[in-house]
Design a binder for this molecule. Sequence first.
Ligand code: IPM
Ligand code: MG
Length: 382
Amino acid sequence: MRPTGRGGIAVSQYRIAWLPGDGVGVEVMEAAKICLDALKFDAKYTHGDIGWEFWRTEGESFPQRTIDLLKASNAALFGAITSKPAKAAEAELVPELKGKGLTYRSPIVRMRQMFDLYTCLRPCKAYPGNPLNYKDAIDLVIFRENTEGLYAGVEFSPVPEELKAALGKLSKPFAHFAGTPGDEFAITCKINTKRGCERIIRAAFEYAKLHGYPKVTVVHKANVVRATEGMFLEIGKRIAKEYPGIAVDDANVDAITMWLLKNPASYSVLVATNLFGDIISDLAAQMVGGLGFACSANIGDTLGVFEPSHGSAPKYAGQYKVNPIAMILSAKMMLAWLGEKDMAAKLEAATAAVIREGTVRTYDMGGAATTLEMGEAIARKL
Ligand code: IPM
Ligand code: MG
């Protein structure tokens, strides 16, 4: 018996939900498993059904049995999922399920909300020797709020008459739309709570403190999206006062895309609401090699789900050619979150060594190594 790093639960073996999902998700997960086995990580892996196939055949991409599995797990490793817009998704259902009013919603977004995985943590580090680095010495860590904002899922299309009437009464700018029929416009609500802002901003500052990062940048659009983004910025400034050893600054989300490209080395931890965090994390990922290097963690108080930020890449599926480093570094984040700090450090060092040596490279890095050859090369360093 030994303790896990979370909640002091003593377990003899970690229970890991294994969710490969679709397309290349399956392939990068295999590469990660090679590394976890080389580390002798003591876990019971249980496969969970998730993804497009289950949408098509059951009308549910994230079935209840997988939700139950997650409830019974210490952490989950997740590959990738195919997502399509509502109409295209409906068209692919098996004939028995068509016309039943089923609507596709991204399972990962639902999982984040259902399990309150409010921190989306996305480190973007330029490992020396990576030919895809945009500049040297980039070490950015994005904290993205993961459960609310524009992803809250409160949307209207068409807009019901009651809502039109209420908006007509409550909102002056709405007069501009009042004469538009409800089926000629759509509404997506951006909902942020004080608690939601506080916990992600605090997570960013705590991380900066623990890992010695000098600064937290609050990314927002408070000058235009005044209610929600204004609240986010205000809370950021208030929480910053509790961390006198860490510098704080703030930037509009549009401006930060320019500043990050111009001076990446002058940023370290960045925190943003959901959609803005989604966008800047892709930008930051591209500066350190693209989606093949973009690891990520969805973390709540009792569960962590670790996944590369890339999608299922249908055009590469079955070819075992995509770079598994994003997945392997996500597995490293899982080890760290579980409290297995030594294993996490070893896995990161092994990955960095393979990148530095440059003899094993996947196609994105200009090489010809397969997904599994990259996994094996990293495992050999362990
Ligand atoms: C991400 C992805 C997801 C998101 C998609 C697949 C729903 O872009 O994890 O960044 O928008 O959050
Ligand atoms: Mg994204």
